[in-house]
Design a protein around this ligand. Structure first.
Ligand SMILES: C[S@@+](CC[C@H](N)C(=O)[O-])C[C@H]1O[C@@H](n2cnc3c(N)ncnc32)[C@H](O)[C@@H]1O
Length: 253
């Protein structure tokens, strides 16, 4: 019995405890680095992937935004935009010149890239502030405050999307527009949807919480926005065929 106790004691001291300590340190270190790495990756990959494979749809979407901005009375102050899940700020170059932009993202490491990409966009856009936060709950953002909210390739990652859409409506001015462009679920019964449904069990773990088979249009259809419009499209990529189905459009408060 004493021998067994000694053996157990040795195992705990020499194997189990060091393993726990190493795991803890690795977790803390990786946890810190993970967000930094994700911001780096987002800046590197999103700029290429989103702007190349959805260029036509992005241009059409932001043309809608420019038309809306022009249609406002000239007595209005600067056009104010809140970008949800702004990532590294790849959309600035599409925004109307002279806009005032507030960026919201849970990853604080994105702020540096946002500032860099704002400078590169060179279209007279002012960054009002970067808010580290989640779209589901934006207590720092006053109600009826923005002319437009922009959200691209982010609704797939938002955990409580219904809550986020309610929050977006709250912070928009009456008549304000919500502009979105997202990858979504393929139609039920299609072979891409079959693949998406199979992939979904691992996809959020390898892609920072993204849901590959989300029927985002259902949430928009059942939101309290006055007018909801969207077009389905297929992104021009063969390699990432499972992320091809997309939608873009706008909703009015
Ligand atoms: C795939 S990136 C898209 C970035 C950018 N919108 C673009 O189109 O290139 C998704 C972004 O959503 C952010 N995100 C994830 N969950 C979020 C949430 N609940 N609320 C707001 N942003 C979130 C991530 O930090 C990330 O920057």
């Amino acid at each position: 019995m004493a021998e067994a106790d000694a053996e157990l004691h040795n195992r705990l001291i020499y194997y189990v405890l060091p393993t726990i300590i190493v795991c803890y340190i690795t977790f803390r270190w990786c946890g810190f680095k993970k967000a930094k790495f994700q911001a780096f990756l987002c800046n590197l990959v999103c700029s290429y992937v989103h702007n190349k494979f959805c260029k036509k749809e992005k241009t059409l979407l932001f043309d809608q935004m420019k038309n809306y901005e022009k249609s406002r009375s000239k007595t209005h102050a600067a056009f104010t935009i809140l970008e949800i899940g702004a990532g590294s700020g790849m959309n600035f170059k599409f925004f109307p010149s002279g806009s005032e932009v507030t960026c919201l993202d849970p990853n604080p490491y994105n702020e540096k890239y946002i500032i860099d990409n704002l400078r590169k966009a060179d279209n007279n856009i002012r960054l009002v502030k970067f808010i580290k936060g989640f779209a589901e709950n934006m207590p720092d953002v006053p109600s009826d405050n923005f002319d437009a909210v922009v959200c691209t390739f982010t609704m797939c990652s938002i955990r409580r999307l219904n809550d986020a859409v309610e929050e977006i409506k709250r912070i928009l001015k009456p008549g304000g527009h919500f502009f979105y462009l997202e990858h979504v679920a393929a139609p039920k019964g299609s072979w891409i949807r079959y693949f998406q449904d199979k992939l979904q069990c691992i996809w959020p773990y390898i892609s920072d919480g993204c849901n590959i088979n989300r029927e985002t249009w259902n949430i928009l259809d059942h939101s309290n926005f006055k007018e909801v419009q969207y077009c389905h499209f297929s992104a021009s990529t063969w390699l990432a065929f499972f992320a091809r189905p997309g939608l873009y459009g706008s909703a009015i408060k």
